[in-house]
Design a binder for this molecule. Structure first.
Ligand SMILES: [Zn+2]
Length: 101
C-alpha cells in the first residue's frame, strides 16, 4: 500500500483524505523567452554555444546544470490552502493572520 505524507508539514495523509499534488516545471530562458531545448533545435548552435560560454562565465550559478527542473510535492489540504495563497514563497508585506484553531 502506497503511503503518502505531506511534503510541507510532514504529516501522513490518510488514504481516504484529499491529497494535492503540486508539479513544478522550471526552464531557464534567455532573451525573448525561448527555452534551451528550442534553441538547440535551431541552426545557431555555434552562436548559442558562444552565448552559453559567455553566460556561463557571467552567471555560472544561474545557467548551469539546472536549466530544466521538475519537482513534485504532495500536500495535505491545510498546506495546499497555505501554498496557493503564496506559491512563490514571497514575503508578504502586510500579513493577514488566519487562525487555524
Ligand atoms: Zn501539510
Amino acid at each position: 500500500m502506497i503511503h503518502y505524507s505531506c511534503d510541507r508539514c510532514r504529516r501522513s495523509i490518510e488514504s481516504d483524505e484529499l491529497r494535492y499534488v503540486v508539479r513544478l516545471e522550471i526552464d531557464a530562458s534567455i532573451g525573448d523567452g525561448m527555452c534551451m531545448d528550442e534553441w538547440e533545435d535551431r541552426d545557431h548552435l555555434t552562436e548559442v554555444g558562444q552565448i552559453l560560454d559567455d553566460a556561463e562565465s557571467l552567471h555560472d550559478d544561474l545557467i548551469g546544470p539546472d536549466i530544466h527542473e521538475r519537482r513534485k510535492f504532495d500536500l495535505c489540504p491545510e498546506c495546499y490552502r497555505k501554498y496557493v495563497r503564496n506559491p512563490l514563497g514571497c514575503e508578504i508585506a502586510s500579513p493577514v493572520e488566519f487562525s487555524d484553531n
